[in-house]
Write a protein that binds this ligand. Sequence first.
Ligand code: NAD
Length: 495
Amino acid sequence: MEKIFGNFIDGKINEEGDKIKMISPSDGSTAGYCMETGRDATDYAVNSSLNALDKISKINLKERQKLLLKLADIIESKSEIYSNYESLNTGKTIRQSSFMDIPLGIEHIRYFGTVQDFRESREIEHPEYPGTRGIIQYVPMGTVAAIAPWNVPFLMAIWKVIPALLAGNSVVLKPSHYTPLTALELARDIKNAGFPDGSVNVISGKGKTTGNYLIENEKINMISFTGSTYTGKLVMEKAAKNLKKITLELGGKSPNIVFDDADIDRSVKGVLFGIYLNSGQLCESGSRLILSNKIRDKFMERMKYYLSNMVAGNPMDFNTDISAITNNDQLKKINNLMESGINEGATVYYSRDLKNKVPENGFYYPPTLLMDVKPDMKIFNEEIFGPVLSVTTFDTDNEAVEIANNTKYGLAAGIWTGDLNRAYRVASNILAGTVWINDYHLLSAAAPRGGFKMSGIGRELGLEGIYEFTQTRHLFYGNPDSGLSDAAYQLLIKE
Ligand code: NAD
């Protein structure tokens, strides 16, 4: 009998209702069943979170931080369980889950558990009214709906739930129906750490049903959404009906610019890490290489060398380097976009043969280097979310910046050069929320992340990410002795 992973609502596991079968992308086997949450159960979860708000407000900020640190310890003590769930669900290598996604998530919880700069209020003076005083309060938004994609489900849950809790909100989180396991475990551990029941409810289900029910619920005050730009627009449209606050973390087509003065070996490794980590299924994956013509041949050869040495196999094996594709629909999207690239004139420089190397019924796409990609091609413009690096070459710095910015997206970018002045100059002209210089993919909980242009609205992580989960209330303390208000009242009221 395959395992059922029930919802976690109001401090209890809930297994009643329709189920969705989860397939393990590594080998096509059944990973278990999660819930297809209906409207009634969604409303129940929202009501439970609404009821929790009062209890959360009685735990002061310092105490909430202590609970977060306890949560980090609990997760650390069972990090093997989390890593196994994460890889079983997503098909990412167990090495990546064990050494990156889970430990990084734990560190991020600790950041929010210790951050000192977030204040629940601050005092101001009103320059127009000397002697009066103001207090700006950062009040929780209330009950937040968090909707997350399938590529980094644990980190995604942390980035949404933890800062929201820190700021005093309660959350109903809907992970992707492909990958709910670590989010469900997290909800249980949040209870175990001492947060009141209902502080975080996790309900699984598809976007068109459960996701929609959440957005339509009038008791939800804010939607923190991460997913594709296409869905983000739908969410924004729907949220407008009840004027809910939204943050949108959306897709990308991020450039990695390599100049001729870059350290070749380090930048080759960085560019490969930028695109092939998680088999390209990261929103900020560096899917466009913008390469100096002066070093083109040497660079391509070196990339091919490292790529041909990556170990293909079952991602649950600690030796494997190449992750699976998390679901079959995504695999089809990659195939379609690749086909269009070839039809439009791009050429395959190298494609890693995975035949007989990976489990037969799993979902895999060969890591591929694609040359001769031009800005008017679909593959240059559309997010592929797969292990395909599109290569375009340049001659001058200005040309490199122009190619990098020639996209509707603006999530991230990388710059590789030995000249830090050049790096600063170029980075300051890149229209993206994160620019790595001689590095890629390294995320810090202290740094806000998010998109320019079609890559999103609002920020996640950092102080900015915490304040997103608040609204301000201004308290104005009048000063009867100043005489100013008396003068103002006389505009209307004669003695
Ligand atoms: P998706 O947009 O299909 O789904 C994201 C979430 O929205 C899922 O939980 C899904 O069930 C839900 N959803 C789908 N349709 C909905 C609807 N009509 N109403 C309400 N909810 C709905 O995205 P995906 O395929 O799960 O994830 C891949 C995408 O996520 C990529 O575009 C990637 O770039 C993006 N992403 C962005 C970031 C970021 O921080 N910017 C991070 C990770 C992934």
